[in-house]
Design a protein around this ligand. Structure first.
Ligand SMILES: Cc1cc2nc3c(=O)[nH]c(=O)nc-3n(C[C@H](O)[C@H](O)[C@H](O)COP(=O)(O)OP(=O)(O)OC[C@H]3O[C@@H](n4cnc5c(N)ncnc54)[C@H](O)[C@@H]3O)c2cc1C
Length: 307
């Protein structure tokens, strides 16, 4: 695919079209080759035109949030990454009753800002998400969770754009969430969500957040690039515990390492390649299966092609 393919779209939209952009600059792992196009639609009309253009050109596209759950292979992605970061942010209180409040958050809003607004407004139910480095859209798509809570718990409805560019509001009851997953039709885009939260004491909210953050910092290797947990936790034992029990904690392959602090994290020690991270993940998967009989399933999203 050449830059010329994107020129027409760049003329049609108010937002920006960039060519051959290294995804190592847009993912928390800091690895990954270039994507052919990185497009920043400025509004709904731009996004609609972008989706239609991708469909006409028969180009693969995906939504890039904060890249904190993505592992892009070293050869990059033949296709389009769409970032909603310039026009789909914003978080606001829509309603306030005696017992509850309703917040609206745009898909590109950092999840941390939503958590912070809840604290400011004295709304409880999102404290568990403090410290998760994604966007609201990415967290909804992944049904992100921690400390026995997850995104779906407080969600009231989701604004979506379907593959034809139509905007739809869907209530939570009509959506299918499961552990770290939301079933969404291929090509659909999350535009934002409404969250219903209970009114709580500001002091209690603040101390819950501090406690969660402390527990996160104590357990996770937050000083090194990663994409959080590599594997989903199987039902009884945590993936980290299994990897530790088979003796792989701390295993290093060139600049990638199964974290010494948390065995379900693989960290980039500097110039890691996606290839090395994937090999480590493969070793962990194989050894846990051989020795424990448990099939680990990837939580991080792996995309792109080898170098
Ligand atoms: C240090 C660290 C700690 C973490 N801790 C946790 C944790 O405790 N719990 C947890 O669940 N996760 C955790 N994560 C993983 C990650 O932060 C979450 O999954 C986060 O919600 C991903 O959001 P994102 O915006 O970065 O999404 P991305 O990584 O950019 O994308 C993830 C997926 O969502 C899709 N997507 C993104 N936005 C949209 C949209 N608007 N519409 C449709 N699809 C979309 C993407 O195409 C991709 O398939 C952690 C990651 C790190 C680095």
């Amino acid at each position: 695919m050449t830059a010329a393919n994107g020129i027409k779209l760049a003329e049609e939209i108010k937002g920006e079209v960039r060519y051959s952009v290294p995804l190592s600059e847009h993912t928390s792992f800091r690895v990954g080759g270039p994507v052919d196009f990185l497009i920043f639609p400025a509004d709904l009309e731009d996004l609609r035109k972008t989706l239609q253009w991708c469909r006409r050109q028969k180009i693969f596209y995906f939504i890039l949030g904060n890249g904190s759950n993505l592992l892009v292979r070293d050869g990059g992605i033949r296709g389009v990454a769409i970032s909603l970061a310039r026009g789909f942010q914003g978080v606001a209180e829509l309603e306030r009753g005696e017992r509850e409040g309703l917040l609206q958050a745009g898909a590109a809003e950092p999840l941390g800002r939503l958590v912070e607004l809840c604290r400011e407004k004295g709304l409880t139910g999102m404290e568990w998400a403090v410290g998760i480095p994604g966007t609201v859209g990415g967290a909804l798509f992944m049904n992100a969770g921690a400390f026995r809570s997850e995104m779906k718990d407080t969600l009231e409805s989701l604004q979506l754009m379907d593959g034809d560019g139509k905007v739809i509001e869907t209530r939570r009851e009509e959506l299918h969430f499961s552990y770290r997953s939301l079933e969404l039709k291929k090509g659909w885009v999350i535009l934002g969500g409404k969250f219903r939260l209970k009114i709580g004491s500001s002091q209690a909210i603040r101390s819950k957040m501090e406690d969660f953050l402390k527990r996160r910092t104590a357990k996770q290797p937050l000083h090194l690039p990663s994409a959080g947990s590599v594997f989903k936790n199987p039902s009884r034992v945590s993936a980290g515990q299994l990897i530790e029990e088979v003796g792989l904690k701390g295993t290093r392959l060139r600049e990638a390492q199964i974290s010494e602090k948390h065995a379900n994290f693989i960290v980039n020690l500097g110039k890691a390649k996606a290839r090395d991270i994937l090999t480590l993940a493969e070793w962990a998967k194989e050894k846990v299966y051989q020795e424990k009989g448990v099939k680990l399933e990837m939580e991080i999203q792996v995309m792109g092609e080898d170098e």
